[in-house]
Each structure stands twice: as structure tokens, then as C-alpha cells.
Design a protein around this ligand. Structure first.
Ligand code: PHE
Length: 338
């Protein structure tokens, strides 16, 4: 019996040693340790072993089983290691992982951040007002008469309750003067809405950046200096700024501002970028009437205001040919700016 067990062990270890695949290994396990395996069969012979030899034979049986189990486990480890090594053959597991796609800021946000940053350094504080406005804040207080084309139902989105989607951020001028006394120096970025046909240069929802400065002795020279400085900070010191006489109901005199950029390499041409002017005394009078005090007495104070399209600033800054790209949320377009 002892010799038989020893020979099973020798045979098993030799067989396992030569195995190179999982299937043969499993066959060997079953062949020796399985229900009908050789070792199992041999241990059934324990019954016939004389009592005085049982201890020795039992010990031998355990020794052989341990040896075979150990050899099988070792082989599993060897085969697994070989398989892993082969799998990594064509891969360098020490390479850094692929970058995960990251979100980025929208080009409008980039431009706005820069513009607001410059104006804040110039001393302007951020102000805001509602997008759903009263007619008074959007038009009447801004000296815009009842028959002005901007108030037409074809140009402005009205609600049934008489409120409207603000057609410009100039309403924030009024909101600010209702609350604060001069000196007032604010900027108000935000959305504005008009019933425009959407095309490459028009959106029905767009973005403006409003500015207002009211104090004693504010002059047109302050307005020109402030805007020239601002645009040169934003687009480069060689940028030319031109003030063209224009009309707005709420400023007098009024101007449109054109820019000529010299950084693009293309033949420079004038681009209209903003409206501005000296706050019309009629606006101060209207605000004063609402406030019921003399804080905005037009014989005491003066001011300038400006408003520009943020979407247009982005077009210029990034050479974007079509405004619609800004609202389509096409990742291929947006990821260029992140
Ligand atoms: N609100 C004017 C517009 O939307 C721009 C403007 C703002 C003009 C402030 C003068 C002063 O066209």
C-alpha cells in the first residue's frame, strides 16, 4: 500500500509538471483527487489495511494528497502568470491613462469674463435687472415714446399682463438709479430679446453689456476715454475706436462706436460694436419723479451710458463667422475654446 501510494505521487507530480494548459490540469485534478480518481481509489483500500499499519498508511495518504494538491495549485499560479504576461505583451501597462473629456467655458463666457474683468478694474460694479420687464423700465423711463418702432409688437415680445422681454439691458440703468444715488458706476451684462429673423448676424435672444456712470461733472471726454481704454484692453493697444453720431432716445448726444482691429492680419475694416452717449436729462427727470427726490437733478449731475453686444464681441475676438454657432451647442465647435 505504501509503495502504491508512493508511485501514485511520483506519477502525479511528473504528469502535473508537464502540463501546459488549463484543460489538462483540470483532467489531472479529477484523475487523482476526483471521486473516481487514483488517490481516492487507493484510499478506499484503507479498509483492508491491518490495524497496526493504519497510522503509517494514513500519514502517507495525507502526505501524497498534500503533495498533489500543492503541485496543482502551483501549476494554476504558473499558468495564470504566463497568461497575464502574454496579455500585456502588446500593452505597456505603465503608460498614463487616456485623458477623460473635460468640460470648458462657452466662448461667450470667455469674452464676458474678460470684458467684465477690464471694466471692474476701471471701477465699474456689477448690477443686474430682470429679463421680464415693465414697459416703463424698458421704454418710458428711457425717454422712448409710445410710437417708437422698438415698442412695436412686431419687434418686442409682450406678455398678456403687459410685461415684456427686455429689448436691451438699458432697463438696468433705470433699475440702478431707482436704488442708488450718484456717484453710480455700474455694468450690467445679460440677455436681451427682439423679434428678429434669426440669421448669421441676428438672434432673437442675444447678450448685451450695459454701462452707466453718473456723477458730478461727467463729460463726453470721460465716455470716449473710458470706451477707448476698454476696447484697447480687450482687443489690443493698436485697436482704433471711432465715435459716429447716432440717435438713441435716452442719450444726447448719442454715438455708435466702431472698431478697427489690426491684429487679425486681414485687411482691417470698421466694425460697429456699441451704442453710447450722454444720459439724456429727460431720463434723470423721469427717474427723479419715480424716486421723489433730487438725487438725479439734471442741473447737478451728468452721466454717460453705453451698451454693446457680447455675441458680437465673441465674433470679433474669435473670428466666428455666424452667430448661430454660439447657440447650436455643437461640441466640435465649442471644444475649440475650452
Ligand atoms: N440700448 C441700446 C441698444 O440696444 C444701446 C445703448 C446703450 C445706447 C446705452 C446708448 C446707451 O441698441
Amino acid at each position: 500500500m505504501l509503495a502504491e501510494l508512493e508511485s501514485i505521487k511520483t506519477e502525479a507530480l511528473a504528469e502535473i509538471e508537464g502540463i501546459t494548459d488549463d484543460t489538462s490540469l483540470e483532467a489531472a485534478r479529477v484523475g487523482y483527487l476526483g471521486k473516481k480518481g487514483k488517490l481516492t481509489a487507493a484510499s478506499a483500500g484503507m479498509r483492508d489495511v491491518p490495524k497496526e499499519q493504519k497510522k503509517d498508511v494514513g500519514q502517507k495518504l495525507n502526505e501524497v494528497r498534500t503533495a498533489i494538491t500543492g503541485a496543482l495549485d502551483e501549476k494554476v499560479a504558473t499558468l495564470t502568470a504566463a497568461r497575464d504576461a502574454k496579455r500585456f505583451d502588446s500593452v505597456d501597462p505603465t503608460l498614463p491613462s487616456r485623458p477623460l473629456p473635460k468640460g470648458g467655458l462657452h466662448p461667450l463666457t470667455h469674452v464676458l469674463d474678460e470684458a467684465v474683468g477690464i471694466l471692474r478694474r476701471m471701477g465699474f460694479a456689477l448690477a443686474e435687472g430682470p429679463e421680464i420687464e415693465t414697459e416703463w423700465h424698458c421704454f418710458d423711463a428711457l425717454n422712448t415714446p409710445e410710437d417708437h418702432p422698438a415698442r412695436n409688437e412686431r419687434d418686442t415680445f409682450y406678455f398678456e399682463n403687459g410685461k415684456l422681454l427686455r429689448t436691451h439691458t438699458s432697463s438696468v440703468q433705470i433699475r440702478t438709479m431707482e436704488k442708488l444715488v450718484p456717484p453710480v458706476r455700474i455694468i450690467a451684462p445679460g440677455s436681451a430679446f427682439r423679434r428678429d429673423e434669426i440669421d448669421a448676424t441676428h438672434l432673437s435672444a442675444f447678450h448685451q453689456l450695459e454701462g452707466l456712470y453718473v456723477d458730478k461733472g461727467v463729460t463726453l471726454a470721460d465716455l470716449k476715454g473710458a470706451l477707448e481704454y476698454f476696447f484697447r484692453e480687450l482687443f489690443g493697444s493698436k485697436t482704433e475706436v471711432r465715435f459716429r453720431p447716432h440717435f438713441f432716445p435716452f442719450t444726447e448726444p448719442s454715438f455708435e462706436v466702431d472698431l478697427k482691429l489690426h491684429a487679425t492680419g486681414k485687411a482691417a475694416k470698421w466694425i460697429e460694436i456699441a451704442g453710447c452717449g450722454m444720459v439724456d436729462p429727460a431720463v434723470f427727470t423721469e427717474v427723479g419723479g419715480k424716486r421723489g427726490d433730487a438725487a438725479y437733478d439734471p442741473s447737478e449731475i451728468s452721466g454717460f451710458a453705453f451698451g454693446m453686444g457680447i455675441d458680437r464681441l465673441a465674433m470679433i475676438m474669435y473670428g466666428i463667422p455666424d452667430l448661430r454657432l454660439l447657440i447650436e451647442n455643437d461640441v466640435r465647435f465649442l471644444e475649440q475654446f475650452s
